[in-house]
Write a protein of this length. Structure first.
Lengths: 295, 471
């Protein structure tokens, strides 16, 4: 009995700081925002008015909110597919010992360590319709007519932002998959080789299923990253042209800090949070069992 | 455990955002229980607030602690700091603290919520100051403006340009005070115009003729700050509305009168922009340019004209090519329009005394000193912008300000865009609709219809406090 109590004290004393910090800086604000979402509050004085679910009702009828959410989801799907394909490809290319692999290994994390603000400014230069590198390159190869004001074009703005998002995030996911590939036991691949599995077949039958835990983590990370997209869009397009690149958090920012609708903005934050949770939980569920264990 | 760990990850990212906003309500400990009861405080009833304003400072004493917080923009805060030091020398019992920051509103917001604001503030463009007024966070300065100015003789209000003072009023009360102001207009490079034998277009028809000539030289007639469409709204849409329909057309629009945003004058004004767009008068791709990018295009001679305010020179002087020059011009007017061709569009930056200021009387006294004629003249000379103090432009003006000052003097009436501060969400919709029209997705009529719908939505939303153009 005494031993158990000592054990409990030991565990509690180690857990307490983390739980306390988590509670104070994560759980408490989250709970408080749930409360705040039920108020009309301008955020410039202590006056606020309880309005129940009014903010959520307004949200449900807000076209801009739905557009922002669909832009988030568009980015999510596009990023999930393209990011995974590119990251797996790059990770594969880095496994060899050739020159290309060595160069790749030394540069693939560069975009990840650049500040998002710098990334945005860098790409704004690239996309600039007047002196941008992309417009310039198109001109050089005789495709000048293809040039667009990328970030101001209704069709191109969102893909243009998406490309920057991919460019910035790719390194991290490549790292994940690279680690995943290295954790596949050599005897498994060797055995597969002896059995005659080569090339794409070996990847599809052996490597891809064995990357299960990496896939799970990377899927959840993509959801979190996409749901948290803010700085890139805010800096590059301000959600424009005409809401074509609006995402939930830029709209949240607009409602809170430009329109002084803090209650409404918090309702938006709650919706964003709920969606991110839902998607994450859905993915966890989908990837809940290691297919190799099931066999 | 793994599941928990990942969930934790997803929570942290969002919680960080939420916690940034949650700092606000935790500030409402102090005696605001009443305000929390639904229906007890009628949010937005500024009349009630004005009537119960506790103090009515007139700026008679300069003593004690006095804190000034000001937006640190292109004009800096050194001028206010110097003024503070000067006053402190004259009043030894005064302890001035003058500070500023380029994003001052972010620091002021929690202080306002918590009830510990500075005594005087210039909260900058990021602060919704009419929301502050609506929440009763700003002192009415009616007694102050009727009291003597710094010289001890003239009533303070008579030292301001009356039309600019009016921009800070609501329901007959003076809430915010102007200091410096900007003029919105267009800019051109006089050297480029002279070299090509072009003359500044006075009317829209002149512009159409000149535009073709400019295009023939391989230059874009006009570039614009496409990423921030309000430059074009203020530089074309509304000036042309005023030119066609007169000041009443603008007043009706700003007051959100039914149909005002799709009046014949508004549709014609939108059509004029659309025509310029279709004629290829705008620099290609400008819709994607930020303000600095487009202004750079203008300075590099890729476009002949650009709509912008009188801050353009101070904003761009460090990156100006040595050969470039810039001169201010009025936006071309519409021949036979109802509007006065000499009218001028201005914008003010509002100063105010928070309700919870500890030393409101000192704040007013300090501001009276800053707005005294000699100080205002110093400001004009040092900072290169005009001020709302009568006679302050009678001094040595920087080159970029000579023409605007002359045009300001010639004008009989001024106007200002006020709805942007009153209804930011509505304004955003106008900007978006304009971008959509420029991208060829909306006709001028559809543009006006969309804006009118937004105006109606704003009008009918009783959670938004309504404003009227004074006078």
């Amino acid at each position: 009995m005494k031993k158990r109590a000592a054990r409990t004290v030991f565990i509690v004393s180690f857990l307490a700081p983390a739980v306390l910090i988590y509670g104070l800086f994560v759980a408490y604000p989250v709970l408080q925002s749930l409360v705040l979402a039920c108020y009309r509050w301008r955020g410039v004085s202590a006056q606020r008015k309880f309005v129940g679910l009014e903010n959520f009702k307004k949200l449900a009828q807000d076209d801009v909110f739905w557009r922002a959410m669909s832009n988030n989801l568009w980015l999510l799907v596009a990023a999930a597919i393209v990011m995974t394909v590119l990251a797996v490809g790059l990770a594969h290319a880095m496994q060899t010992s050739g020159r290309v692999a060595r160069v790749l290994r030394s540069v693939y994390l560069f975009p990840q360590v650049i500040s998002l603000v710098v990334v945005a400014i860098l790409w704004m230069f690239l996309y600039n319709p007047s002196f941008g590198l992309i417009a310039g390159l198109l001109k050089v190869v005789g495709l000048g007519a293809w040039a667009r004001p990328w970030l101001g074009d209704p069709q191109w703005a969102l893909p243009a932002v998406g490309i920057v998002f991919l460019w910035h995030g790719l390194g991290f996911f490549t790292m994940l998959y690279s680690a995943g590939l290295q954790s596949i036991p050599a005897e498994v691949t060797e055995a597969a080789g002896l059995d005659g599995a080569v090339g794409f077949q070996r990847f599809w039958r052996i490597t891809w299923p064995l990357l299960w835990s990496v896939k799970r983590i990377s899927a959840v990370y993509i959801v979190i990253n996409v749901m948290n997209v803010f700085a890139l869009v805010y800096l590059m397009t301000q959600g424009g042209p005409d809401r074509r690149t609006e995402v939930m958090l830029t709209y949240l920012y607009e409602q809170a800090f430009q329109n002084s609708q803090f209650g409404y903005a918090t309702a938006l934050a709650v919706a964003n949070f709920a969606l991110a949770m839902l998607l994450s939980l859905g993915l966890m569920f989908a990837f809940r069992r290691n297919p190799e264990d099931a066999k | 455990m793994k599941i928990k760990a990942t969930l934790l990850g997803s929570t942290i990212g969002l919680a960080m955002l939420l916690s940034g906003m949650a700092c606000g309500p935790s500030g409402d400990k102090s005696g605001s229980a009443d305000a929390l009861k639904p229906g007890n405080t009628k949010v937005g009833d500024s009349k009630a607030v004005a009537a119960t304003a506790p103090q009515a400072p007139t700026g008679t004493s300069l003593k004690g602690d006095l804190e000034v917080q000001a937006f640190q923009g292109g004009y800096g805060i050194d001028f206010y700091q110097t003024a503070g030091k000067e006053l402190q020398v004259k009043n030894p019992s005064l302890k001035m603290k003058v500070e500023g920051n380029p994003r001052i509103w972010e620091q002021l917001r929690p202080r306002l919520v918590g009830g510990t604001p500075p005594d005087l503030m210039l909260p900058g463009w990021g602060m919704d100051h009419w929301a502050l007024v609506a929440e009763g966070q700003v002192l009415a300065l009616d007694d102050a403006i009727n009291s003597p100015a710094y010289d001890g003789k003239t009533p303070w209000k008579d030292t301001f340009e009356p039309s600019m003072l009016a921009l800070g009023q609501q329901d007959g009360h003076q809430y915010v005070l102007p200091f410096y102001f900007s003029m919105m207009g267009w800019w051109f490079d006089p050297n480029v115009f002279a070299k090509n034998g072009w003359t500044v277009p006075k009317t829209y028809d002149d512009l159409l003729t000149l535009g073709e000539k400019i295009k023939a030289k391989g230059m874009a007639p006009i570039t614009f700050q496409g990423k921030y469409p309000y430059y074009m709204i203020d530089g074309m849409l509304l000036p042309w509305l005023v030119s066609i329909g007169g000041p009443d057309a603008l007043k009706a629009a700003q007051n959100l009168e039914p149909g005002a945003w799709k009046s014949a004058a508004m549709v014609q004004s939108a059509k004029m922009i659309d025509d310029l767009n279709k004629k290829g008068f705008f620099e290609k791709g400008a819709v994607a340019l930020s303000h600095t990018e487009s202004q750079q295009e203008f300075l590099q001679g890729k476009a002949a004209m650009i709509p912008c305010g009188t801050w353009l020179y101070s904003e761009m002087k460090n990156v100006m090519p040595p050969t470039a020059k810039m001169e201010y011009m009025r936006p071309p007017v519409v021949k036979d329009g109802k509007g006065d061709a000499l009218t001028v569009q201005i914008g003010i930056e509002p100063w105010m005394v928070p309700k919870d200021a500890k030393n409101p009387d000192g704040a007013v006294a300090f501001y009276k000193y800053m707005t005294s004629l000699p100080k205002a003249k110093q400001f004009v000379e040092a900072k290169g912008t005009l001020t709302a103090i009568k006679g302050s432009s009678e001094t040595k003006l920087p080159e970029s300000l000579v023409v605007p000052a002359k045009m300001f003097k010639e004008s009989k009436a001024i106007w200002a865009v006020q709805y942007r501060q009153w209804y930011p969400a509505f304004d955003k919709e106008i900007q978006n609709a304009l971008t959509s029209m420029l991208n060829g997705e909306l006709t001028p009529e559809a543009f006006c219809d969309r804006v009118e719908v937004a105006a109606e939505k704003t009008r009918k939303d009783d959670s938004i406090p309504k404003h009227k153009v004074a006078g």
